[in-house]
Design a protein around this ligand. Structure first.
Ligand code: S3P
Length: 207
């Protein structure tokens, strides 16, 4: 099995990137998968990357909602989490076949079945890594549409983030690229992040 050397790239703008040399086999038409915990900025950064590159943006949760005519919250409530994970896997496999797309996965997508391996085989995976305080801050505001945390108090949410991250990090860390995603709070910060990721992935620019 080929040895995959890894190295760290530090940018001057407080972002750091961890890049596996798998990146250099990346053909520009293959999907880019943004993975990471709820609130790590996958949709925010995915939309901005799509605008900057002209690549199509797919939010996997929205894709599921359109295909199944039901919100993620309703699927969880009516069919349970196991059924949602089956649907999520099937829809992930569909988008793996698309070209020139940026896919924002759900926070749990890489952590079930062999989904992370499927993504790594089909395209390039980018893990958005945000600090626990930043995740807590974002998720306190964005709890309602997320069934796993909707009913939690702030204290329960803080504990859940710590415990779930422990379980999920081994899956997230199989991503080809790790990007520190604490700084996504303003248009400038988002633009900096887009520029940084576009450069390392050698993405096309629309202008
Ligand atoms: C989930 C994250 C959600 C959504 C579902 C389950 C998770 O997506 O897929 O509520 O298991 O972490 P976001 O990460 O976009 O919130």
């Amino acid at each position: 099995m080929a040895f995959l050397a890894t190295f760290w790239l530090f940018t001057p703008k407080k972002h750091s990137l961890h890049v596996s040399d798998k990146i250099f086999t990346f053909a520009s038409m293959r999907p880019i998968f943004l993975i990471g915990f709820m609130g790590s900025g996958k949709s925010t950064l995915g939309r901005a990357l799509s605008r900057a590159t002209g690549m199509q943006f797919i939010d996997l949760d929205l894709y599921i909602e359109c295909r199944f005519h039901a919100s993620v919250r309703d699927i969880f409530a009516s069919q349970g989490e196991d059924a949602f994970r089956d649907i999520e896997r099937r829809m992930l496999k569909e988008v793996c076949d698309f070209e020139d797309v940026i896919v924002a996965c759900g926070g749990g997508t890489p952590c079930f079945f062999d989904n992370i391996d499927i993504m790594n085989r089909s395209g390039i995976t980018v893990m958005l890594d945000a600090s626990r305080p930043r995740l807590l801050q974002r998720l306190k505001l964005g709890r309602r549409k997320r069934p796993l945390i909707a009913a939690m108090t702030d204290e329960q949410l803080e504990q859940y983030i710590s415990e779930a991250l422990e379980i999920r990090m081994p899956y997230y860390s199989k991503a080809s690229v790790t990007f520190m995603a604490d700084r996504l709070d303003s248009a400038d910060q988002i633009n900096e992040s887009v520029a940084c990721i576009s450069e390392i992935l050698r993405l096309p620019a629309t202008q």
